[in-house]
Write a protein that binds this ligand. Structure first.
Ligand code: NAD
Length: 598
């Protein structure tokens, strides 16, 4: 039923150019106004999940684009959907709902295409405070993008043109007369909800609404009235007069990421975000969108923030832009974050602008990591104390984090301890301890935080720190290596299980990394404390000489999430051992017999 997804919304009709637009409002009208514009073939209800989240803090306004939902259609249809007329509609709605203050514009798909027009024409100047765009380019920018690639072709540019050309098949179809209307009002309209569910993994429910066949038939004129005309004669001065946040779903079947390569020259204040998702992000990723929109609106609303760093931009030089684009504003939880690889990982996410939860059994160390994370770029960071091997503590922690900060987007199960000594020297208690922390710690992390991630149904990523010892046997490390091999296999199995839910799982396998682990590693069979200390110091010296920094492992962890890598050996010796484990396992077996000197 139309409107079913927008419970509690106040509705009004806004008249403009012979049309009546159906406008819905949520939240306190005294707050900054966020105006959501829907795409094709949709109605304003596509935004219902995002709108209800944003309404807790903002005045949220949605409207059915002319000819869609419960807005009336122009007559005749041809010529009734030009970008000029759509701009008239936007101004009429903005004037009705927020006469004295500029609005924060958000557009998806064709809602974004038309919003680009709003934000680049002079007559709307001063009416738009910010614009968040997703999955809908400016037709003018697109026109110039095509022209540049046609007039100065290189093999790469021709490839980009062909790539986008192939993704635009539906645009050509929509230009044929009558057929699209017949299809939408007939079989396609009936099958569309199931198709969306299957292909786009959109949860079943009150979307799409019953007005879909009419919306889709009318909306074909969005394409016919604008696409050919604009792409062949793009405006030369389509510069944005408001800050823009571009959210790019990396799995969009209809738009190539390359379309936005030249965007910086059109938008003076541009913030980029990427999301591993398909086209219909308002339905599949409402939490992430609401968080990013909220952050962007706040940054451009508070006078103190004006002229400051735009939301989503890294504070520090040297932070890779792709890390900031992907992790800015995300909630990341790292265990074993008081030291070594865990602390470096918490910092790397913080520098990329993520919100960080640093967990460790060392309470002071975790708090210090959180404090430093805030200093180097995390908008928020918290230290939490927990022993990862304790099931109940982990359950309690997961409930607390979810209640206080929400479901984590990236979980890094990193806490671990070292244990060396031959199989017969290792006591059952020592076996138990190392498996409890290194393996059960990971299991508890995945069961608690991973389960929340899966239940939320909006994707995410789990990183488990294994080790090169997972594939390189050694007579000196039976318990440690067994725990890490188990973590590697657990990660592979879970990766297979969660693949259908857009949750990636990566196993990180570092070699020798210069951290504090050597200072706490236990030596099985060494009863004398002084002797154990001596061996720990010796190992620390050796790790110090090797001197591979934990920051490089952290960088590999961020990349593993970004590219959804399954197994990531870090350090040259780990990479070498990984290759040998496949090509020449006997060589590794021979190496495994080597007894390191005491
Ligand atoms: P580290 O000792 O510097 O840091 C480990 C952190 O985990 C410490 O802060 C410690 O307090 C915490 N921790 C230990 N047990 C815990 C528990 N039960 N609950 C909560 N926190 C706990 O060591 P690191 O080198 O940074 O190790 C991090 C991970 O990397 C471990 O899983 C380790 O096995 C793995 N790893 C390290 C190396 C290396 O050479 N350093 C190589 C391969 C894999």
């Amino acid at each position: 039923m139309a409107g079913a997804g927008l419970k509690g919304a106040r509705e009004r009709r806004v008249r403009t150019g012979g049309i009546e637009l159906c406008v819905a409002e949520l939240g306190d009208a005294a707050r900054p106004t966020v105006l959501l514009v829907h795409g094709y073939p949709d109605s304003k209800e596509v935004w219902s999940e995002v709108a209800t989240r944003l309404a807790e803090e903002f005045h949220v306004v949605l409207y059915d684009v002319r000819g869609h939902g419960r807005s009336t259609a122009p007559a005749p249809l041809r010529g009734g959907f030009t970008l000029e007329k759509l701009t008239d509609d936007f101004l009429a709605v903005a004037d009705a709902v927020s006469p004295d203050r500029p609005v924060h514009l958000v557009g998806h798909d064709w809602g974004s295409v038309q919003s680009w027009e709003f934000v680049t024409v002079p007559r709307t100047e001063g009416r738009i405070a910010s614009f968040t765009s997703m999955s809908g380019p400016s037709l003018d920018h697109f026109g110039h993008w095509i022209k540049t690639r046609m007039t100065r072709p290189t093999p790469r540019r021709v490839g980009q043109l062909l790539g986008q050309g192939a993704k635009s098949w539906y645009v050509y179809m929509l230009h044929t007369p009558v057929l699209p209307e017949l299809a939408w009002r007939g079989p396609l309209g009936k099958r569309w909800p199931k198709l969306l569910e299957r292909l786009e993994k959109i949860p079943a429910g009150d979307y799409p609404t019953a007005s879909l066949p009419g919306d889709a038939a009318h909306g074909a004129w969005l394409y016919r009235d604008n696409v050919r005309a604009r792409l062949s004669r793009p405006r030369p001065d389509a510069f944005a007069h408001a800050p823009v946040q571009l959210i790019t779903p990396t799995g969009d079947a209809f738009l190539s990421e390359r379309l936005y390569d030249d965007l910086g020259s059109w938008v003076p204040q541009l913030t980029r975000r990427t999301l591993p998702a398909k086209h219909w992000v308002p339905r599949t990723r409402p939490d992430q969108l609401a968080a990013w929109i909220g952050e962007f609106v706040r940054a451009h609303e508070e006078p103190s923030a004006r002229g400051a760093r735009p939301a989503g931009q890294p504070v520090r030089k040297g932070v890779r832009p792709e890390h900031a684009e992907r992790f800015g504003g995300q909630l990341v939880l790292v265990t074993g974050a008081a030291s070594g690889i865990g602390r470096a990982t918490a910092f790397a996410f913080a520098e990329a602008g993520a919100r960080v939860v640093a967990v460790d059994r060392d309470a002071e160390g975790a708090a210090r990591t959180a404090e430093m994370a805030r200093l180097i770029g995390a908008p928020e960071a918290w230290g939490e104390t927990a022993d990862v091997s304790d099931e109940q503590e982990m359950e309690k922690l997961a409930a607390k984090v979810a209640a206080d900060h929400g479901v984590v987007d990236v979980l890094v199960n990193n806490a671990g301890i070292g244990l060396t000594g031959s199989f017969f020297e290792t006591t059952p208690e020592e076996w138990k301890r190392v498996l409890d922390v290194n393996l059960w710690g990971v299991i508890h992390g995945c069961r608690t935080f991973g389960a929340q991630m899966a239940a939320r149904g909006q994707g995410g990523h789990i990183v488990n720190t294994a080790s090169a010892a997972a594939f390189q046997p050694s007579r000196a490390l039976p318990a440690y290596s067994t725990s890490k091999a188990a973590v590697l296999m657990l990660s592979e199995c879970l990766r297979a299980e969660l693949a259908g839910q857009d949750i990636g799982v990566s196993a990180i396998c570092p070699g020798i990394v210069n951290t504090g682990i050597t200072a706490t590693t236990r030596f099985a069979g060494v009863a004398d404390e002084a002797e154990e200390k001596r061996r720990q110091r010796k190992a620390s010296r050796m790790y110090g000489l090797r001197n591979y920094p934990p920051e490089k492992v952290a960088d590999a962890i961020l990349d593993a999430v970004l590219h959804n890598r399954a197994v990531v050996p870090v350090t040259p010796e780990a990479r070498g051992a990984h290759v040998l484990s496949r090509l020449a396992p006997n060589a590794l077996r021979a190496l495994a017999r080597w007894q390191p000197p005491a």
